[in-house]
Design a protein around this ligand. Structure first.
Ligand SMILES: Cc1cc2nc3c(=O)[nH]c(=O)nc-3n(C[C@H](O)[C@H](O)[C@H](O)COP(=O)(O)O)c2cc1C
Length: 189
């Protein structure tokens, strides 16, 4: 599958079959993240591969009080990759530049993972709705790491089609006209 096809076919998949993802494929997905660019090539990231059902089913409990159901699907997923970055660096760099490259770095790596997974027929869903400190306790993350996002993944419960992984219809997007300017903000490209 070429990159553009993977970009086009990726969907947020939230229901998975019971089929486990083969270790070789998980390593390929991780490799797609490892090769990602990062600010000054710092690679200040760490990825925790969680496949123990007893841990995965507790992840929804980390969500803010009363909102567990928003990510209840996570508890039934076969695999969760937790994207982390160095917390110390987070504060230091953000103070210097006013923006947070380390968060961008982890996000790029995880984006590459989603596309690699799509190419392998595996569905993914980004999850940001989790409680960071509760998740840190659950997974025993060292203090210096911050959990940035989760990538929930598995083989889709529904068959994939030419159009989409997991056969899920596309969610709407703004038009290029809506989101692109030329030279100065608001001038049409
Ligand atoms: C940073 C980020 C956080 C997200 N968090 C959640 C989440 O907590 N729960 C969820 O069900 N979907 C989550 N999503 C998935 C989005 O809802 C989804 O990407 C969006 O609706 C577009 O649909 P698509 O991915 O199928 O194209 C998240 C996506 C991103 C990029």
């Amino acid at each position: 599958m070429d990159v553009f096809e993977a970009i086009r076919r990726r969907r947020s998949v939230r229901t998975f079959s019971a089929q486990k993802i083969e270790r070789e494929k998980i390593l390929q997905i991780l490799e797609a993240g490892r090769l990602a660019p990062s600010s000054s090539n710092r690679q200040a990231w760490h990825f925790v591969v969680v496949d123990a059902p007893a841990l995965i089913e507790q992840i929804p409990d980390t969500a803010p009080a009363g909102t567990r159901r928003i990510i209840s699907f996570v508890g039934k997923a076969p695999l969760v990759i937790v994207g982390c970055c160095t917390k110390a660096l987070t504060h230091y760099l953000a103070q210097l530049t006013g923006h947070e490259n380390h968060l961008i770095d982890v996000s790029i790596a995880m984006t590459q993972m989603t596309l690699a997974a799509t190419g392998l027929g595996i569905g993914t869903c980004w999850v940001g709705w989790f409680g960071e400190s509760r998740l840190r306790n659950l997974l025993k993350l060292p203090r210096k790491y911050k959990a940035v996002a989760l990538l929930v993944m598995g083989y889709p419960a529904e068959p994939s089609t030419e159009e989409a992984i997991g056969g899920i219809p596309a969610t709407p997007r703004k038009t290029l006209e809506d989101i692109v300017s030329h030279n100065r903000f608001g001038e049409r490209y």
